[in-house]
Design a protein around this ligand. Structure first.
Ligand code: FES
Length: 156
């Protein structure tokens, strides 16, 4: 009898403690809620967007006309001699059709997809659609800059 009473009282006590702690924790979280920061007036001012920069070291890469390299999602191609931005083009490295790898074909002066052979000009325009009957779109072309011997493409 005494044991039963003890267990009952213990159960009641535990229940009260649990209820109390649940209520207080719920109350606590509610008391933290009233101060959500308003979702920053995101509209308006352009700017703010910092482009991702992808670099190539011209001392070791793109050393000859017609050479190309894919890195960081960018296909860099050297179109002419000299280390000025007009000597290079930087496009997306992956075909917009179905993600094939893009390569520069110096002999034809164009970019070609390794998967369905779509072709693009150095300015990204579509020259030939994929050979699977599908359709592709123009390549993204990224702004480039040169600092010393580092060629940088900015992906916006
Ligand atoms: S993935 Fe490039 S043409 Fe299909």
């Amino acid at each position: 009898m005494e044991r039963n009473e003890f267990i009952k009282s213990l159960g009641l006590g535990v229940a009260l403690i649990c209820t109390g702690s649940c209520l207080s924790s719920c109350g606590g979280s509610k008391s933290n809620d009233p101060s959500p920061t308003p979702g920053g007036g995101g509209g308006g001012g352009g700017g703010g967007t910092v482009g991702t920069k992808v670099n190539v070291d011209l001392n070791s890469q793109l050393t000859s006309v017609g050479s190309f390299v894919s890195t960081g999602g960018v296909l860099f191609v050297r179109l002419a001699a000299g280390n000025s931005t007009s000597s290079f083009v930087a496009t997306q490295a992956v075909c917009p059709h179905q993600g094939g790898t893009l390569n520069w074909v110096q002999a034809s002066n164009l970019i070609q997809c390794s998967l369905h052979s779509s072709q693009y000009s150095s300015s990204g325009a579509v020259l030939a659609q994929p050979n699977d009957g599908g359709a592709t779109t123009a390549l993204k072309v990224y702004a480039t800059s040169i600092t010393g011997t580092v060629l940088t493409a900015t992906i916006s």
